[in-house]
Design a protein around this ligand. Structure first.
Ligand SMILES: CC(C)(COP(=O)(O)OP(=O)(O)OC[C@H]1O[C@@H](n2cnc3c(N)ncnc32)[C@H](O)[C@@H]1OP(=O)(O)O)[C@@H](O)C(=O)NCCC(=O)NCCS
Length: 144
């Protein structure tokens, strides 16, 4: 499995931070780089479940000074491709706080579909908060 240099439109957008994908739980955390190679965020696939589920969970962040320039969108695009093409998973899940419109835009631009709301899903900033639930299932191959 080559996750070392995921590329988007010819440019590297991800590289290893922790450098291993051996746990069976996820791919480890990847750093998001700006054009000069500086680390400006992180993205990961976690909680891989095989069997009938074939699913994993996606998480990401980009530093505030670099927001709005497409870094999260490109990094998510690259890791989703890894999930479907290299890990052969069927589904990628992600969740956002209800008011996190920027994160929701990142997911929707990558083809994620909002399928519900989970009450008190994660403990963020010291309290259990409701989350918008998103998923993307592996696109079916085109049939002519
Ligand atoms: C959410 C986050 C990952 C976005 O990263 P980013 O690199 O700025 O994302 P992108 O530039 O790829 O895309 C952001 C999109 O959201 C839009 N957006 C940002 N804030 C928005 C808001 N308040 N309302 C509506 N749209 C918003 C941007 O305009 C952009 O869309 P556009 O290109 O169509 O204009 C980043 O802000 C972040 O790390 N936040 C803190 C941690 C976090 O929320 N992580 C996700 C947990 S679910």
């Amino acid at each position: 499995m080559n996750l070392r240099a995921a590329r988007y439109r010819g440019k590297p957008v991800l590289t290893w931070w922790e450098g291993k994908a051996t746990s069976g739980l996820g791919t480890g955390t990847h750093v998001i780089l700006d054009d000069s190679g500086r680390v400006i965020g992180r993205v990961s696939l976690n909680g891989i479940v095989r069997g009938a589920f074939q699913s994993c969970a996606l998480s990401y962040w980009v530093s505030a000074g670099h927001n709005g320039r497409g870094f999260a969108t490109k990094a998510v695009c690259a890791l989703v491709r890894v999930a479907f093409e290299e890990l052969r998973l069927h589904r990628v899940q992600a969740e956002t706080l209800l008011h996190n419109a920027g994160s929701q835009r990142v997911l929707e631009r990558n083809g994620f579909v909002r399928y519900g709301m989970a009450p008190e899903y994660l403990n963020i900033a010291g309290r259990w908060q409701d989350h918008a639930m998103y998923q993307m299932v592996k696109p079916s191959p085109a049939t002519d």
